[in-house]
Every structure is written in C-alpha cells, then in structure tokens.
Ligand binder design. Structure first.
Ligand SMILES: [Zn+2]
Length: 273
C-alpha cells in the first residue's frame, strides 16, 4: 500500500469500517510511515473538533446573517451569470492544502453550501418552512456526525479516548439503538473499570428508554467488579426497576461474591420489594 492508498483509507480506519485484511496492511504501512501516522493523528483531531461543533439553533440574528449571506450570494451570482458551480468549487478547492483535515473541512463546507443552495431554491415558496427544514437538516447532520464519532471512539485502544466517547453521549439529543447497543457492550465488556462506571452513569441518564432498562437488568449478572456491581444496584433503586429483583437474587448465589456487594444487594432487594 502506498501513501495515497493509506491516506484514502484513514477515515474508514478510524470508523472501523475497513476489512480486516486492509486494516492489517494499513497498520503495517503506518508502522513504517511517519507521514501517514501524522495524518492519522491530524484526522483524529478533526473528529474531536467536530464534537465541539454546536448544533445550530435558529436565532433571530443568525436568521438576519443568513439573509445577508444569501443576498450577497444572489448578487454575486447575478453579476456573473455564466459562472458555474463547478468553477466556484474549483476555486474553493485551490485554497485548501491537500491534507486530510482540509479535505474534511472542505466536505463540511460542501454540506453548508448545499444547504444554502437548497434554501435559496426553496426560499420563494415558503421562507419559514424552508428555513426550518434547512436548520433541521443541519442539526441532524451534526447529530449524526457526533454519533459516528462517538461510536468510532468507543473502539479506541486508549481508555481516556473511550471515556471521552462516553461523555459525548450527553451531547447527542436523539440517542439511537446503535449508541445504546455500543454503551451496553462497553458496560459489559470494557476492560477498564472507570470506563464501565462512566458508561453506567451515561446509561442511567437514559433510563427513560425501555431498551436501556432491559439492557441494564441483563447486565447485572455479567458484572465482576464490585464497584460496578454496587453502582448498578444503585441505578436499579434510582430507576425503581422491580424486574431487577430476579437477577439480584441470582447474584446473591454467586460464589465468591464480595461481602460489601452482598449486603448492598440485600439492601437493594429490600428497597425494591
Ligand atoms: Zn505513508
């Protein structure tokens, strides 16, 4: 694999979407190529930066700016009627250095231009509806990016990165099944107890979701760390989840159960009964 091939695959690599063979080839290339390692680090940084992109909300001043921007855009277009989108895009493209970070920024720019163009086309029909639609599209794109990033970071070998990934769930407004599955898998399988505890906290905040509740009940007998066992028992009380009584009683029969955990579970059973 050459550098160009490697760089083309970095995003998929970070997303864990590469076939195992490609991944191994890329790993081998990265081990020997400081240039591509640097680009990988840069790409990761951009992903993390994207997490801080605020979800756009319609605000009066933003709306004014948006109209002003569209006016300027329309004027420029009227002045140069022969100018095509392609030539504008080519010009924009030439501003960016060909690093992956810039390519990502460029594709984000394309999204915004697409939104602006879509808005411009619909504006005459019904400005309010069109505006609302564009804002919704942008918001859901930002949400989708956060989810993708969070899911890929959960696979990171560094526990710090995984902790950060879990903390991102607070910024995701519509947590979907993929995120819930990933969090439950992390709670049950992550080798780091701190990551598991933070994940449990994030899941407890999502306790209004029935899938989360079911997952937490099933997670009870799977925990081997006393810290997580005690915290999970607390969550069951907080959620007043009576369906946890059965797995809690099963846990009491586990061999080698920590004494503190045992009395905690007995107390939990009393509180829920
Ligand atoms: Zn390389």
């Amino acid at each position: 694999m050459n550098c160009e091939g490697a760089k083309d695959r970095l995003l998929d690599y970070l997303n864990n979407e590469l076939p195992a063979a490609d991944r191994a080839t890329l790993d081998a290339h990265l081990a020997n190529c400081p240039d591509c390692r640097h680009e990988l680090a840069e790409t990761k940084q951009v992903w993390q930066l994207m997490a801080t992109v605020p979800t756009p909300e319609p605000r009066p001043d933003m709306r004014t700016n948006f109209y002003a921007m569209l006016d300027t855009f329309a004027e420029a277009e009227a002045a140069r009627p022969t100018r095509s989108w392609t030539s504008i895009l080519d010009q924009i493209k030439s501003f960016w250095t060909p690093t992956l970070a810039a390519r990502l920024a460029y594709s984000l720019l394309l999204v915004s231009l697409g939104v602006a163009a879509g808005y411009w086309l619909q504006q005459k029909q019904s400005p309010d509806v069109a505006y609302r639609q564009q804002i919704d599209t942008l918001s859901s794109q930002v949400q989708e990016m956060r989810q993708m990033m969070m899911l890929s970071m959960l696979e990171n070998p560094s526990a710090t990165e995984r902790l950060r990934a879990v903390s991102y769930t607070k910024d995701i407004s519509d947590v979907d099944g993929r995120v819930i599955d990933a969090l439950l898998t992390t709670l049950n399988n992550d080798p780091n107890v701190n990551v598991r505890l933070v994940t449990l906290e994030a899941l407890a905040d999502l306790g209004h979701d029935s899938r989360v509740r079911e997952g937490l009940i099933h997670a009870l007998p799977q925990q081997d760390s006393p810290l997580v066992q005690v915290a999970l028992a607390d969550v069951m009380v907080k959620l007043q989840e009576k369906r946890s009584l059965k797995p809690l009683r099963q846990m009491l029969r586990q061999e080698g159960l920590n004494d503190l955990v045992k009395s905690k579970i007995e107390q939990t059973i009393r509180e829920l009964s």
